[in-house]
Write a new protein. Structure first.
Length: 95
């Protein structure tokens, strides 16, 4: 999933998890982009979202949960075009 911190985007993407496994997300800058921070901007209702590194996150659904969940992270940074923060929302289906 690509995003541009200088555009202050709000983007979303689907995630499917089978068997209640954890889902990992890692972000890295490309080109002239430099990240300045990352944080959890919305906790899931049916699981736990943990920041495991500077730009890494792990979602783990509650034991036995099956259904839909949602969470979001915010990544901030700058590049040659400016600076800002983008929010990435994940729409999760746990099967």
């Amino acid at each position: 999933m690509q995003f541009h911190v200088d555009q202050n985007e709000t983007i979303s993407g689907p995630v499917t998890i089978v068997g209640g496994a954890a889902c990992h997300h890692a972000y890295w800058p490309e080109g002239t982009t430099q990240f300045s921070g990352a944080s959890i901007s919305e906790q899931p209702s049916n699981g736990v979202l943990t920041q495991t590194g500077d730009y890494e996150f792990e979602y783990r659904p509650h034991k036995g949960f099956r259904g839909s969940d949602e969470y979001a992270v915010e990544i901030c940074g700058q590049n040659d075009n400016g600076s800002g923060c983008s929010t990435i929302t994940y729409e999760v289906t746990v099967q």
